[in-house]
Ligand binder design. Structure first.
Ligand code: GCU
Length: 381
């Protein structure tokens, strides 16, 4: 195993799997080979070894019920819709409460969907009693974007309940039927974001071809897995996602979270198979640049914060560098810039955006503003 200095102070602990090298040792040298061979291989490895497999896609029982009558909000500039996304399975019923602020506009609008991993009352705040920058609906609406949010806990509680509650229990009521590659909680949350996309497809005020999925931290890991699977999302945004998200596992970043630590603290997030890689990162057949690459050739944005060492900022950045060759197969630019940037100098020249914000682990207005800049540049040409 060679080691390689990539970023000051950060040495790769082991060789990183080549995103383009297929399991039989050939190089995917065209978009066609990427799509037919290498992309499916990588997706399968993440299902089998990291996030687990979903037993269900869009349920036949899916239905949308208004929670409240539509009303004007944001100073009359937007329509608020509140919808219960309901589904039933052999284990009972599930429901995701969606809040949407849709700017009044002559044409269908582009949209950001937040996977909210903080309390919905305070952070989604459907009545906008005390707006919080975690979900800045007013700012999004002012720039012409619909602002949608749901709480991850509606899909599946963020606790190790033995996979009896939430969507796991709805579709697989007998936890004994689970296997080492059954879906964990991050996969369940990502599934929930796809059900929001199902609703979007039914909503004429929204342009379904310009939809971003956004998540912070555990929500950022979720956004990446959602964007990797669900190609209906045109832009995938990982804010401070760290271990299991955008951070390379094979980078030696002692202050950041390891696979062993994350599985110990959050045994429900990933599939059972992922547990074998704690302390054995070099045996994992994937690394997280390959998760970023699964979004290609669509848009992806990764952001870090200067005080968020736990998320391993240089490892989040390096995934973007190492995923870039996949965009080139499509004749597109991936990340433009190969050296770790100074704080608050976003790299937005290609289909992969990156910035390092000054400050702590959080989803801040600065982050949202940069995501809107990136979306403006690609969607409002
Ligand atoms: C913990 C966890 C991280 C996670 C974060 C969060 O710090 O170790 O993996 O990203 O919580 O979701 O805020």
């Amino acid at each position: 195993m060679g080691s390689l200095v990539l970023v000051a102070g950060s040495v790769l602990a082991a060789e990183i799997p080549d995103v383009l090298k297929t399991s039989d040792g050939k190089k995917a040298d065209s978009a066609a080979v990427w799509e037919a061979v290498r992309r499916p291989e990588i997706l399968e490895l993440f299902k089998a070894q990291v996030f687990g497999r979903n037993p269900v896609g869009r349920p036949a029982t899916l239905r949308f019920e208004p929670i409240a009558a539509d009303r004007e909000m944001v100073g009359g500039k937007a329509i608020r819709k509140r919808v219960n996304i309901r589904y039933t399975g052999p284990g009972g019923e599930g429901c995701i409460a969606l809040t949407a602020f849709i700017p009044k506009a002559p044409k269908p609008v582009p949209t950001f969907v937040l996977i909210c991993n903080r309390s919905s009352e305070k952070h989604i705040d459907p009545d906008r009693l005390a707006p919080n920058p975690f979900f800045p609906a007013e700012e999004l609406v002012a720039r012409g974007y619909a602002a949608l949010a749901f709480h991850n806990g509606d899909v599946d509680p963020d606790a190790h309940d033995g996979f009896t509650n939430g969507v796991h229990g709805v579709f697989q009521p007998d936890p004994k039927a689970r296997t080492a590659d059954s879906w964990g909680t991050i996969a369940a949350w990502a599934w929930g974001a796809s059900r929001v996309m199902d609703w979007i497809e039914s909503e004429p005020l929204i342009d379904r071809t310009r939809v971003a999925v956004v998540g912070h931290s555990r929500g950022g890991k979720t956004a990446l897995w959602c964007g990797a699977n669900d190609t209906r999302f045109a832009l995938t945004i990982s804010n401070d996602s760290g271990c299991g998200g955008a951070k390379l596992n094979r980078m030696d970043l002692p202050k950041s979270e390891s696979i062993a630590r994350i599985n110990k603290a959050f045994p429900h997030w990933f599939c059972e198979n992922f547990k074998q890689y704690g302390g054995r990162e070099d045996t994992l057949p994937v690394d997280q640049h390959m998760l970023v690459a699964l979004v290609a050739p669509r848009l992806v944005y990764v952001a870090s914060a200067t005080q968020d060492d736990w998320a391993g900022q240089p490892g989040e950045f390096q995934s973007c560098v190492l995923a870039t060759p996949v965009w080139r197969l499509y004749g597109k630019k991936g990340l433009v810039g190969e050296t770790f940037p100074a704080a608050d100098t976003p790299l937005q020249g290609g289909c992969i955006g990156y910035h390092l914000r000054t400050g702590k682990h959080d989803l801040a207005l600065y982050d949202w503003e940069r995501y809107m800049d990136f979306a403006d540049a690609h969607w409002k040409k």
